[in-house]
Design a protein around this ligand. Structure first.
Ligand SMILES: Nc1ncnc2c1ncn2[C@@H]1O[C@H](COP(=O)(O)OP(=O)(O)OP(=O)(O)O)[C@@H](O)[C@H]1O
Length: 233
């Protein structure tokens, strides 16, 4: 098994004494869809930003496909942040060209087909699209890269339930077998059928790293039910 992501002793302390992540160890191999789950403030986005080199860790190491963070890891990771990051005045088709110029592994035909299936007008400017449609465009751009590790921070939060199903199918059918998809979401019931593995984060620490099959067979519960039990307020 190839170690796509290897994290050791990862710690992030923001200003003050708050540890958003505390001595986190995690190894992810290729070929899995992994749910990164945890209550508000548990450290999911902090972890994702650290792996994407958007934050500097207080301590610890991160290797992506054997390499420290840098140009190779940026090529290997396709990252969908939890906020709008595209230039609002650009048209969708300009964004496709922009991605093609920027990323060697961007597949423009794949993006075009997904946009067509979702009924998104390629000539539209981003600022004229609804919030959910903007999210779909961002997800299409991200999933159209032939990356090794896809990291999606809340990819379906603003998307209507019918489109969620298409998007989940899109995620499933658009990653190669040896790639891994790490998805952070609160919509566990919507997503758990596509997950192979789940990670539970609690106050910056990994409290569960288990396959969905293990959870169902050993605990006799859905991931959603287990989450509600573990994180009951
Ligand atoms: N820039 C920052 N400065 C100081 N503290 C921060 C900053 N960003 C996040 N935090 C704190 O770090 C902790 C983890 O936050 P993070 O955003 O990683 O959680 P999360 O699991 O993604 O939450 P949510 O599900 O609400 O998006 C929280 O206590 C948060 O208040």
């Amino acid at each position: 098994m190839n170690e796509l992501l290897k994290i050791e002793g990862l710690t992030k302390r923001y200003s003050g004494n708050l540890f958003a992540l505390n001595d986190l160890h995690l190894t992810l191999n290729g070929g899995e869809i992994v749910g990164l789950l945890g209550p508000n403030g548990s450290g999911k986005t902090t972890l994702i930003k650290l792996v994407n080199d958007c934050l500097y860790p207080t301590a610890g190491t991160i290797l992506v496909n054997g390499n420290p963070l840098g140009p190779e890891s940026k090529e290997d990771i396709a990252y969908l942040p939890d906020c709008t990051f595209l230039n609002e005045s650009m048209r969708v088709n300009n964004l496709l060209n922009y991605y093609q110029d920027f990323y060697n592994n961007f597949d423009k035909d794949k993006a075009w087909n997904m946009l067509r299936d979702l009924g998104i007008n390629q000539n539209a400017r981003m600022k004229t699209l609804s919030k959910g449609t903007k999210e779909k465009v961002q997800l299409v751009l991200t999933m159209s890269r032939n990356a090794k590790l896809y990291i999606l921070d809340e990819p379906i939060g603003g998307v209507d339930p019918a489109a969620r199903d298409y998007i989940l199918r899109t995620i499933l059918s658009n990653y190669s077998e040896d790639a891994t998809v790490l998805i952070s979401t609160h919509l566990i019931a919507d997503i758990e059928n596509v997950l192979d593995r789940v990670l539970f984060l609690k106050q910056g620490q990994l409290v569960l790293n288990s396959t969905v099959d293990e959870i169902r067979s050993e605990k006799g519960k859905s991931v959603d039910a287990l989450f509600r039990e573990v994180f009951q307020c």
